[in-house]
Design a protein around this ligand. Structure first.
Ligand SMILES: Cc1cc2nc3c(=O)[nH]c(=O)nc-3n(C[C@H](O)[C@H](O)[C@H](O)COP(=O)(O)OP(=O)(O)OC[C@H]3O[C@@H](n4cnc5c(N)ncnc54)[C@H](O)[C@@H]3O)c2cc1C
Length: 549
């Protein structure tokens, strides 16, 4: 049986150390091993021993002011051995500046000013939160879903991305490796590396399944339980999740329909630094997980792996048509379908998609490119975040930027972080000319000032802008020339608006159909604004419903 994960408390002051251990033990001893160490050196010995045995450290609770080795110095040495561990620094009030600097430097998760009494108020909420994040992100060995697929199979990549983003724990095995081969040999008909196979713990084997087949197999709900809802929300990015939280909490029978995975674009980011209330930042996956749990807890129903194909006006109701033909009636709709990545149009890009060419999948794929050279294409914050994230695994990250100034489209904090990572090479004034490889990407050709250079990259991650996917609204809801949906004052009688009231702020040209987040014409492309619009849309839905009475 696997050992319990460890919580390591470190303090050179013995009574304080005993008090930390006592408080941690009182609450976490059932699930974690609480280990105390009286110095940085002793703690490092413990970490080395745990790492040798393959036992994980879930959390460090470390005093900053220790002689010989400070808490931050200790974490700097211990974290390469246990990179997933959460980090809490115990500080005196006078050390808060040091702690705040450590948030950037060693990705400190929290600092606690001593004393932390009462622990119920000042210690446990912080530790509960961090351990929940750790548990969600760390995969202990387990007997759950197994995915057998060749590393370069595009469908294999798509399924890994789908499972990761839907927070379904899985083990991935490559039939080219020893464990994968053994498993393939045990299957009737063997396994073709290009055709993914999903195996469930109850023995069910799905060959080349669609995402929806897997969703159903793992118990994600794919069919609406009711024929009629007050509110249907299309898209579970930050805007849709916020609308679901507010809709359900305010008593509306709410259905949220998502095509790929909750979290939308935000769910694919490795680090969100600018979302209010998270001073140490958080990953997109954590934000998505928290928001989804909140929407569910408040009573919102969520359909996974289902794409909405049309919206119909059947006054006074609206009908949502789902791609598989199912129809759902409702009183009001919030369209929160965001935007999707623009495709790279150079020779080789479409053939190698999913086999070294990835769109926004930096968090899913990064670990596969340990010690490899990779490229990130783009100059926005998403490209910058991906470059920093990938630099933790890859030996070199080429950041390919068309313009001459990295700071033109990227936040200053990211430009600074990139400048501090020696393995990120920024190529300004550079474009990708072509991508080459037979089964998978092996080379990219960069062009700078008319000169071509071949770079042996194993993967390129593309972040070159986004576009709305709103063709499904064609003929029903007015959009601008780029496909973004018009709302409020932008909606004119020529768009078919014929009521004797003005459209509400976020209302589209179809009354009762509201729009929130990136998909809206002239929206601000930020998580906080998408969340704000999702919440606001629900308020406008209430007003709309009142106007029908
Ligand atoms: C890599 C990256 C990093 C970013 N980092 C930051 C950051 O640090 N801070 C910040 O403020 N912003 C950041 N952004 C921008 C931010 O993520 C977006 O502004 C935000 O996610 C928009 O939310 P949304 O809900 O409007 O749309 P989206 O996040 O695009 O979500 C839309 C959802 O709708 C679903 N969908 C689409 N069509 C359908 C359909 N027909 N049926 C059902 N579902 C459908 C999609 O699958 C998707 O899940 C980042 C973006 C990216 C790509």
């Amino acid at each position: 049986m696997a050992a319990k994960p460890a919580i390591l408390a470190v303090d050179d002051d013995t009574p304080v150390l005993r008090a930390v251990e006592r408080d941690l033990r009182a609450r976490y001893a059932d699930e974690y091993r609480i280990i105390g160490a009286g110095s940085g050196a002793e703690a490092l010995e413990v970490v080395r021993e745990l790492t040798r045995r393959g036992d994980p450290v879930a959390l460090f609770v470390v005093d900053q002011r220790m002689p010989v080795m400070t808490g931050i110095e200790l974490l700097r040495e211990a974290l390469p051995l246990q990179p997933e561990a959460k980090r809490v620094l115990l500080t005196a009030y006078a050390d808060t500046d040091v702690a705040i600097r450590a948030i950037n430097e060693i990705r400190l998760d929290q600092y606690l000013i001593k004393p932390w009494d009462p622990p119920d108020e000042r210690l446990y909420p912080v530790v509960d939160d961090l351990l929940a994040d750790w548990t969600a992100n760390v995969r202990p060995p387990f007997e759950g879903l197994r995915l057998l697929s060749g590393r370069w199979a595009p469908r294999g990549h798509a399924l890994r991305d789908f499972l990761t983003r839907n927070q379904v724990p899985y083990v991935w095995l490559d039939p080219g490796d020893e464990d994968g081969r053994r498993l393939a040999d045990s299957l009737d008909g063997g396994a073709d590396p290009a055709v993914p196979i999903v195996m469930l713990s109850d023995g069910i084997v799905l060959r080349d399944p669609a995402n929806r087949d897997v969703a159903e197999a793992v118990g994600l709900s794919t069919r609406a339980t009711l024929p009629f809802y007050d509110l249907v929300i299309v898209g579970a990015g930050p805007a849709g999740l916020a609308a679901a939280v507010y809709g359900a909490s305010e008593g509306l029978k709410t259905l949220l329909v998502e095509r790929e995975a909750p979290g939308g674009q935000a769910g694919t980011t490795s680090r969100i630094e600018n979302y209010l209330g998270f001073p140490s930042g958080l990953t997109g996956a954590d934000l998505a997980r928290r928001a989804l749990a909140q929407a569910r807890r408040l009573g919102s129903e969520i359909l996974s792996s289902q794409e909405v194909a049309a919206v119909r006006r059947d006054d006074p109701y609206r009908t949502i048509v789902i791609e598989d033909g199912a129809q759902v009636s409702c009183q009001a709709v919030v369209v929160a379908t965001g935007v999707s990545y623009r495709r790279l149009e150079v020779p080789g890009a479409s053939q190698l998609a999913g086999a070294g060419v990835y769109y926004g999948a930096a968090t899913t794929e990064a670990i596969l490119y340990r010690d490899a050279e990779v490229a990130v294409i783009g100059a926005g914050n998403s490209a910058g975040q991906a470059a920093v994230h990938l630099s933790r695994f890859a030996s070199r990250v080429h950041l390919v930027v068309r313009g001459d100034d990295l700071g033109a489209g990227m936040s200053a904090y990211l430009v600074e972080q990139i400048g501090a990572v020696p393995t990120i090479e920024v190529h300004t004034g550079t474009e990708i000319r072509s991508l080459d490889g037979t089964t998978h990407l092996e080379n990219a050709t960069f062009v700078k000032a008319g000169q071509e250079v071949q770079v042996p990259v194993a993967a390129v991650f593309v972040f070159i802008g986004q576009q709305p996917r709103t063709a499904w609204l064609d003929g029903m809801v007015a959009r601008d020339e780029r496909g973004f949906v018009l709302t409020g004052r932008e909606v004119k009688p020529a768009h078919g608006w014929n009521l004797d009231r003005e459209p509400a702020l976020l209302e589209s040209s179809m009354p009762g159909v509201f729009v929130a987040g990136d998909v809206r014409h002239r929206s601000i492309k930020r998580i906080a604004s998408a969340v704000g619009e999702g919440a606001m849309a629900v308020q406008l839905v209430h007003q709309y419903l009142a106007s029908l009475r």
